[in-house]
Write a protein that binds this ligand. Structure first.
Ligand code: GRF
Length: 220
């Protein structure tokens, strides 16, 4: 039998419940999977995502930002911790920290984020309520490469859902989470297989530009 290629080691950064982390764990649990989560790092010791990681036998680290003097010092220590695991890819999964330009540059082309809106619409917080307030007919979530602009890097994949008349912010959040748990593992799989790259023109899948919105998946 031919040797299996080494899986792509992934470090996950989170601050909260880790629903996206769980989707990744479930998606990459097969030994033949192209990606392997080698560590989960949180800035909060009480993040439930850490427990999900421990239950799956994944190494965890806590780096409390309040113990550092300023963003640069915290991000420096975070980079040291991440690099200790020698990952090929770093993914932000509900990591509630603004990252310094030095951090973002250090992981250029191998740092992904997920955001609960159809970027470039609704950067920042409270996206579901903002979609309802605007009366939008569609909502969604986006995976993108991280650049120095907050929620602003080249798009990889978006899932689009219809907004129903009776929708509440909580109902939208639930349906968006379901879509996040599909598109984040998909993007990571593409990266791990060497199919997803970033060059000076933007994100590429199989060497083809992904364009302004990335790959679009329409959910019903
Ligand atoms: C998700 O909604 C994601 O889009 C945002 O943070 C949330 C994290 O949720 N960046 P979880 O901790 O993965 O459940």
């Amino acid at each position: 039998m031919p040797d299996m290629p080494e899986p792509c080691d992934v470090v996950v950064l989170l601050s909260g419940t880790g629903g996206n982390l769980q989707a990744m764990i479930d998606s990459f649990q097969d030994a033949a999977s192209p990606a392997r989560i080698c560590a989960v790092i949180s800035n909060r010791a009480d993040a439930y995502g850490l427990e999900r990681a421990r239950n799956a036998g994944i190494q965890t680290r806590v780096l409390d930002h309040k113990a550092f003097e300023g963003r640069e010092a915290f991000d420096g220590a975070l980079m040291d911790t991440i690099d200790g695991f020698k990952p090929k890819l770093v993914v932000l999964a509900g990591f509630m920290r603004i990252l310094t330009p030095a951090f973002v540059r250090h992981y250029e082309g191998r740092l992904l984020n997920i955001h609960p809106s159809l970027l470039p619409l609704y950067k920042g917080l409270h996206t579901h309520q903002r979609v309802l307030d605007a009366g939008d007919k569609e909502h969604g979530c986006s995976v993108h490469f991280v650049t120095e602009e907050l929620d602003g890097g080249p798009l990889v994949v978006q899932a689009v859902i219809p907004v129903e008349l009776q929708d509440t912010s909580a109902a939208l959040a639930q349906r968006i989470h379901t879509q996040e748990h599909v598109i984040y593992p998909l993007a990571i799989r593409w990266f791990a297989e060497g199919r997803l790259t970033l060059d000076e023109h933007g994100a590429l899948l199989d060497s083809q530009p992904l364009g302004r919105n990335g790959h679009i998946i329409r959910a019903i």
